[in-house]
Design a protein around this ligand. Structure first.
Ligand code: FPP
Length: 237
């Protein structure tokens, strides 16, 4: 959700003001995704690298997160939204961590859309932790090296049980993945828009989905293979 800072600077406002308006875009996109029947929506709210920002900005973002959870929990329950948090949550200030864990617990049994909040998240950290957990099992003799398949790795990532994303939306024209879902993005379609996150609302989201609909997903196969084989066509459509 990039571009909050630039959006604010362009208007002579504080960066935090940009994040505040960005929070409204979060609301709009979650609502829009829910109405469209999207099953999983990940929001990269705060990266492991974001801890290096000025303390005032970090504190402001933490407060925004807490406020968001407080103001949205009712709606999540009403709409059956399940909240999942991925990232190094122990680094969060206790009040934010507790609010997040409470919202995750409260929505655990909801069966509507799943919203995955990536906070204090880093793709490399996610992979490293998975490797560590797998190594521990190997050390204990619970797993052999030969049994480490892609499936096993995926089950040790923070996103276990959550399908890999179909579409990555990158706002503010940034052409990089910024240490987001490094493992999970292997076959994800990437949509980059110049729109800054605070301006990214329902209409921009619909445009991104329109782009996705035009893509032919091949998963390494040739277009001819896909055209020829109806089961492949069905599986990837
Ligand atoms: C990156 O833009 C954005 C962030 C580090 C924070 C994103 C947070 C929100 C959208 C609001 C709170 C989130 C939730 C889930 C309620 P940037 O600051 O790097 O922008 P810039 O590249 O223009 O400086």
């Amino acid at each position: 959700m990039d571009g909050n800072g630039r959006w604010a600077e362009q208007r002579g406002l504080s960066r935090l003001h940009g994040h505040r308006v960005g929070k409204d875009s979060v609301r709009a996109v979650v609502e829009s995704a829910r109405r469209l029947g999207i099953e999983y929506l990940s929001l990269f709210a705060f990266s492991t690298e974001n801890w290096n920002r000025p303390p005032k900005e970090v504190d402001g973002l933490m407060l925004l997160l807490r406020r968001y959870l407080a103001s949205e929990l009712d709606k999540m329950m009403r709409h059956g939204i399940r909240l999942v948090a991925v990232g190094t949550l122990r680094r969060l200030p206790p009040a934010v961590r507790e609010a997040l864990q409470a919202a995750v617990a409260a929505t655990r049994k909801n069966t509507g859309m799943t919203v995955i909040l990536a906070v204090s998240y880093g793709g490399r950290e996610d992979i490293t932790r998975a490797m560590r957990a797998i190594a521990r099992k190997v050390e204990k003799g619970e797993l052999s090296a030969a049994a480490i398949t892609q499936d096993v790795v995926a089950r040790h990532m923070a996103t276990k049980g959550i399908p890999d994303p179909d579409l990555l939306i990158r706002t503010s024209g940034e052409m990089r993945v910024s240490n987001f879902y490094l493992w999970q993005l292997a076959y994800t379609e990437i949509y980059v828009t110049e729109t800054l996150w605070p301006d990214f609302r329902e209409r921009e989201f619909a445009q991104a989905l329109g782009f996705f609909e035009q893509r032919q997903r091949r998963f390494g196969k040739t277009p001819e293979q896909i055209e020829r084989d109806p089961s492949l066509r069905a599986a990837i459509s």
